[in-house]
Design a binder for this molecule. Structure first.
Ligand SMILES: [Mn+2]
Length: 369
């Protein structure tokens, strides 16, 4: 019974948000996303939280898998990634955090990732970003979105914050590739000591936690510098190499910075940055990237077509009634094809889809009313 509840919600989500993003943005179809009942959302969050609690603070994951960088509420980039790379069940995923804030669909992005985690716990892993904290969400969009949807009296936001506080901090792939949201700071402890960090973590007061979640690499400095972000550090190649030698890791994969091609690497490919929200906030003209880690730790950057920035008021939210007939709309077989940036001619020129453009969208079909 419980299992069918979560599967039903996941199927409802995927069948409503049909993965036909090009048709959406060419305005041949209405953009549609599910609106779940408050009690159902709380059940989804609590179930996801119970899984995070049972996981270690440092995850051990085996290749092959797909690493997804910051999504920041760009739910249509996430749907495109699932469509191109394959659904969990056939493809394993690691999300590097910063799922919420900044973009317009943090609620749906987080719920979709939580549902995938619940239904495929061995195929979906999530580590924490610096935005999975109440202090950030209160300023960068997520709390506003949730309050607008469920009201200020609702428990939904607090439940989300509680679930964030149990997210793991680091993932080691094949014991060789260290994945985290930001980077490292001075006096980084060994992996066993990071594993011993107790959760829930409610703020950035622990220096190891803030270094992991906030730091950035730079090819232009030595050692560690303080960061312009006001928290965390900037680390040079010498600092990276000495920590990697200490923990016997070969490569670091992290998110946290918007990079124009979606994936970039510096320090002789020792550190990769992955960013998966395209046209970030409607102001950056970046592409969406993911990183495929093959067996034997081969690393392949994959660039996906850009999606115009879509405003929240362009989307029709339909109450999701869970019914057994909902079926998966994802590709079940992962594709190895790398989509070049030229595919983005599928999309119109607009960088931002606004409400006035939305009014030209097709009418909602009767059966969905
Ligand atoms: Mn970040």
């Amino acid at each position: 019974m419980e299992e069918s509840f979560f599967k039903g919600h996941l199927n409802a989500f995927l069948s409503m948000a049909k993965v036909d993003v090009p048709s959406y943005v060419q305005m041949k179809k209405s953009l549609m996303l599910p609106l779940f009942f408050e009690e159902d959302v709380i059940m989804i969050i609590r179930k996801a939280e119970s899984i995070f609690m049972a996981e270690n603070t440092v995850l051990n994951i085996e290749s092959p898998l797909v690493v997804v960088g910051d999504v920041h509420g760009h739910v249509f980039d996430l749907i495109q990634i699932l469509s191109v790379m394959g659904c969990p069940g056939s493809t394993k995923y690691l999300f590097l955090g910063d799922i919420v804030d900044r973009g317009e669909f943090s609620l749906e992005t987080c719920l979709l990732i939580y549902l995938l985690k619940i239904v495929y716990p061995e195929d979906v892993y999530i580590i924490r970003g610096n935005h999975e904290f109440g202090s950030m969400c209160n300023s960068f969009g997520f709390s506003r979105e949730v309050n607008k949807t469920y009201g200020r009296d609702s428990r939904v936001l607090e439940e989300f914050y509680s679930s964030f506080s149990y997210l793991p901090l680091v993932a080691m792939v094949d014991q060789k590739i260290i994945c985290l949201h930001g980077g490292i700071g001075p006096n980084m402890p060994p992996i066993e000591q990071i594993s011993a960090i107790k959760r829930p973590i409610k703020d950035f007061s622990d220096p190891t936690v803030s270094a992991i979640l906030w730091s950035d690499p730079s090819a232009f400095i030595h050692g560690f510098h303080s960061s312009n972000r006001g928290i965390g550090f900037v680390f040079g190649e010498d600092s990276l190499i000495s920590y990697m030698d200490e923990i016997k890791a070969s490569i670091m994969i992290r998110g946290h910075e918007c990079v124009s091609k979606g994936v970039s690497s510096i320090m002789q490919d020792r550190v990769y940055t992955v960013f998966s929200a395209s046209n970030y906030c409607g102001t950056s003209q970046n592409q969406s990237g993911v990183l495929k880690i093959g067996e034997n730790q081969s690393i392949s950057p994959i660039i996906l077509p850009q999606i115009p920035y879509i405003e929240r008021n362009c989307v029709v939210f339909k109450t999701a009634f869970i019914n057994e007939s909902h079926s998966f709309t994802c590709n079940s077989s992962p594709t190895k094809k790398v989509i070049s940036s030229s595919t983005s001619i599928l999309f119109p020129k607009h960088k931002i889809i606004t409400k006035s453009m939305c009014s030209r969208l097709a009418q909602i079909p009767n059966f969905l009313k």
